[in-house]
Ligand binder design. Sequence first.
Ligand code: ADP
Ligand code: ZN
Length: 217
Amino acid sequence: MNAIIFGAPGAGKGTYSTRMQNQLGVDVIAMGDIFRESVKQNSELGNKVKSYVEKGALVPDEVVVEVLKERLSRIPAGKGFLLDGFPRTIAQAETLQKIAKIDVILMLDVPDQIIVERLTSRRLCKNCGTVYNIRFLKPKVEGKCDKCGGELYLRADDNETVIRNRLQVYKTQTEPVVEYYKKTGIPFIVNVTKSIDQPPEPMVEHMMAELKKLNLA
Ligand code: ADP
Ligand code: ZN
């Protein structure tokens, strides 16, 4: 099964995709994680993307597409994938259409106020990237990752100015991509978040049940 998970910054793409990864037996390709890792490593890719990621602007399509192709080529034959953070522009979607078949779109619908509140209290594990929230999705031990004990940190782009920019970019560049997919007839599974303290598990169950109905899980 090949899927895309869409949603504004902070909608929970990473949270849900890591939770569904094992249940679905797919590889998750998380573009933002790849970029943050490359910036941390000071790699050639890291140097190319750093200034964009810091500002909350989109990395140029050619760069992103090259990364995607390389990651897709590493997926074992017969194994599916879940794309988190790709495609974010129509050009990226058109490229994807030429290289892979998408079976389903997971759409996370979260109101703006909830997003801003969530992002400023979001924390990530330095070591494994697991997402926490110091108000709504707390680790068992303060400041430490439940899975690996790694230190939790606030993403540099999770500050109000950059968050506002990322939301704007989502509305202008990525919402048209969602419209593009609606026209393709690929099935959508929509998940609506109504409250800020909504835990992820029931959402994951809902999406898994819908995937089963479509014979994709
Ligand atoms: P968000 O929480 O905003 O959804 P991500 O972790 O997915 O953030 O991405 C972080 C940053 O990486 C983005 O703000 C952007 O600079 C860059 N990025 C990620 N995916 C893409 C993409 N498909 N195209 C262009 N830039 C991207
Ligand atoms: Zn960890």
